[in-house]
Design a protein around this ligand. Structure first.
Ligand code: AMP
Length: 496
């Protein structure tokens, strides 16, 4: 029985031994080498007597990190990625919560209070006795943690989301089947490894034998070279945050590089994908698969999906679709009852994908991982996402906004996301985001692009009631972005 994701690697390394698993700039690693190096690292960890303990991985994004993740998993421990670009104070907070027993790093770090520091040296990794590692792995079960990812909010205490092997295996099985991923595929990875979107790329590669290209970060601000990279490397599948796809569409890069014969799937997740930019992608590369995936870190990356199967006008919202396999979605109103058609409610998730809560934080866990209010017969946890959604006339879920972005303005309840959907459909708007100015009681719209202000207001008035019109409109050169590559709303809030 496959109860630990490293058993996938055992099989893949046997079947596709000399096939390239990861391409990281000039460096490559085959599946055989990946397994070997992971086992070597696992042996080091096993020898330290660690089992079911947190191991922190502190290094810049590279194929070495994946060696670490798999090595830690082989050893029966779980990993947590510390983003080296995070402010030191925040890194410290994460370390305080995680209290790793071991830190694996390429940086110059001293031993911490409780943690051993292991300096990672790829070339120096040699295996002495595979059996010892396998013995320890046999003691694991699928309910054991694979990783703890800390959420990236820029204020407050970071929360460590715990995810088990079982959740990742269930998710990746679904990804493989739904999107028909096979060994011939190649992923163009954008997601940082501390961000849950990377789970799809990494573990699809491990399971199916597909190759994974770690795209150099600098290319994401140069759309034409970025697309050339995809073409030259015959990338078949990308799973990016919408912001990355938006930049490519806005700068008309798709006209300059023809990806029709190489790219097969464009998957995205993490924030709203505006139809205007998606339409540009679809027009330039028709007849491939586009899918909108939705989900927070707490449910193992994605729990709903919509495979784009019809035309949308630029100002229309793109559905987030329906529940992924083996996942149940409950849309609950304020009285914890299922909403009726067209009514907004909070999206709640039930199933294997749901996290075991926040690491060493029972209080926060109890707030959002709660007993299913529709079940008073036995213990059954659901995760309350804090996202507002509704069903459309096709029975598909539509994302409205986060509950926190729902405002009360002039007595009206307003979802800022609805304004954004309309504005992003206006010609000349490249990107937009609304925040609420609590002090002055007005909606502030930030946008990037070139459009006539009068025309913009006129277009907004066509679709929005007076009370939803922004009280202030600010054009900006660049949208501030969070570390994950999404629009940074907190920074915008500071700019009003
Ligand atoms: P994270 O935990 O960083 O992956 O962020 C999860 C949040 O991103 C969700 O709770 C949503 O608010 C938002 N999100 C994720 N996917 C989508 C999507 N496809 N459309 C709109 N918002 C999304």
């Amino acid at each position: 029985m496959i109860n630990n994701i490293t058993k996938w690697l055992d099989k893949t390394a046997e079947k596709y031994s000399e096939k390239i698993a990861i391409i990281d700039g000039e460096r490559t690693i085959t599946f055989r080498e990946l397994r070997y190096k992971a086992l070597c690292l696992a042996e080091v960890i096993v020898k330290k007597g660690l089992f079911k303990e947190p191991v922190a991985v502190v290094m810049p994004k590279s194929l070495d990190m994946i060696v670490c993740f798999l090595g830690i998993a082989y050893s029966g421990n779980f990993y947590s990625v510390i983003d080296v670009k995070l402010p030191l104070a925040r890194q410290k907070k994460i370390m305080e919560t995680l209290q790793p027993k071991l830190i694996i790093t390429t940086l110059d770090m001293e031993n911490e209070e409780e943690a051993d520091v292991c300096h990672y040296d790829f070339a120096g990794l040699n295996l002495l006795c595979e059996e010892k590692v396998m013995e320890q792995r046999e003691r694991t079960c699928d309910a054991d943690l694979l990783y703890v990812l800390f959420t990236s909010g820029s204020t407050g205490d970071p929360k460590g989301v715990t995810i088990t092997h079982q959740s990742v295996m269930d998710y990746i099985d679904w990804v493989e089947e739904t999107f028909e991923i096979a060994s011939e595929d190649s992923f163009g990875n954008q997601a940082p490894f501390y961000f849950d979107n990377s789970i799809l790329d990494i573990y699809s590669m491990v399971k199916t034998g597909a190759s994974m290209y770690i795209i150099p970060q600098s290319l994401f601000s140069q759309p034409v070279p970025l697309l050339q990279y995809l073409k030259e490397n015959k990338i078949t599948t990308i799973f990016w945050v919408p912001s990355a796809l938006i930049v490519v569409a806005n700068l008309r890069a798709l006209k300059k590089v023809d990806l029709k014969n190489t790219l097969k799937r464009v998957l995205f997740c993490g924030e709203v994908m505006p139809n205007k930019q998606l339409n540009i992608w679809r027009k330039n590369i028709p007849d491939i698969l586009y899918a909108n995936l939705y989900g927070p870190t707490e449910i193992t990356d994605a729990c709903t999906y919509y495979i784009v199967d019809r035309e949308f006008a630029d100002h229309e919202p793109l559905p987030i679709g329906k529940a992924a396999r083996n996942t149940d979605i409950l849309v609950l109103d304020e009285n914890n009852q299922r909403v009726g058609n067209g009514e907004a409610g909070e999206l709640c998730v039930r199933g294997t994908s749901v996290s075991r809560g926040y690491y060493k934080n029972q209080k926060k866990t109890a707030e959002v991982f709660v007993q299913n209010p529709l079940n008073d017969k036995y213990i059954e946890y659901i995760y309350r996402t804090g996202d507002l959604v509704k069903y459309n006339e096709y029975g598909e879920l539509l994302y409205i906004t986060r509950k926190d972005f729902q405002i009360k303005h002039m007595g009206h309840r307003i979802e800022l996301g609805e304004i954004e959907t309309i504005v992003s459909g206006i010609e000349g708007i490249h990107q937009c985001c609304c925040v609420y100015d609590n002090e002055k009681k007005r909606i502030v719209l930030f946008y990037k692009g070139e459009t006539d202000r009068e025309h913009m207001i006129c277009e907004m008035k066509k679709y929005l009631p007076q009370y939803m019109l922004p009280g202030k409109i600010i054009m900006i050169e660049e949208m501030p972005m969070s570390a994950n590559g999404k629009i940074d709303r907190k920074r915008l809030q500071e700019m009003i």
